[in-house]
Design a protein around this ligand. Structure first.
Ligand code: CU
Length: 223
């Protein structure tokens, strides 16, 4: 799961939920299917839920019964544990063998977190080389590689003609995914003439995406 054990995070924690050897299936579809289930996030319950017990539904025991694999979990400031617990279609826990716990340190929020293109503007007609200015609010830029467990900083990426990268997924490095791992906020790129989309995507020190919430997409037309 993301975040990794020992991470420093902001209160609305982006969690990427994975499972091995089981399928994800929305709750209630087949309560006797023992090969599938759905995720739950437990706050400050590092032992998980014992096998066969129905996972409670509270603000510290959250069900993802639609089969979600990405969630934003509100965790108070301070040191807490987050436990991923897998359970069947009737919410009966699969027990400790299908749970995973990480410790996180939740830092005070620094306001709404947002990435945006300062330039160019959405819909702009542009000429090569295209000058790009990358904006970030509520978080600080930090060069890649300095601290992979710091989820309160990040660096920019530009994705050409592709969308945002899901939370926790590593941003590829190729000609359509450009990393600004030194912490750059300005860049020049060259594109073929015609219409393109540009997506700005923030990611952590290990290039794991912060997801759609920390992305922005614009269209440009290149002369
Ligand atoms: Cu990167």
């Amino acid at each position: 799961m993301t975040p990794q054990n020992g991470s420093t995070v902001f209160p609305e924690v982006a969690v990427a939920m994975a499972v091995q050897g089981m399928a994800i299936r929305p709750a209630g579809e087949d309560i006797n299917d023992r090969t599938s289930g759905h995720h739950h996030v437990l706050i400050d319950q590092p032992d998980g839920v014992s096998e066969g017990t129905v996972v409670p539904a509270t603000d510290k025991s959250i069900h993802y019964g639609k089969g979600q694999t990405i969630a934003y979990v509100n965790v108070p400031e301070g040191e807490h544990t987050l436990t991923l617990q897998f359970a069947d279609g009737a919410h009966r826990s699969y027990g400790p063998k299908l749970s995973s716990t990480v410790k996180v340190k939740v830092k005070p929020s620094t306001g709404e977190r947002k990435v945006s293109f300062i330039a160019p503007q959405d819909g702009a007609k542009v000429k090569n080389p295209i000058k790009i200015q990358m904006g970030l609010e509520g978080m600080k830029i930090r060069p890649a590689g300095e601290d992979p467990l710091d989820k309160t900083t990040g660096h920019h990426h530009i994705i050409i003609d592709g969308g945002p990268i899901p939370v926790g997924t590593t941003v590829p490095a190729d000609e359509k995914h450009i990393h600004y791992g030194k912490g750059q906020t300005e860049a020049e790129i060259t594109l073929s003439p015609g219409k393109h989309t540009l997506t700005l995507q923030l990611a952590d020190g290990l290039h794991a995406s912060y997801g759609e919430k920390l992305s922005a997409t614009i269209s440009v037309e290149v002369e």
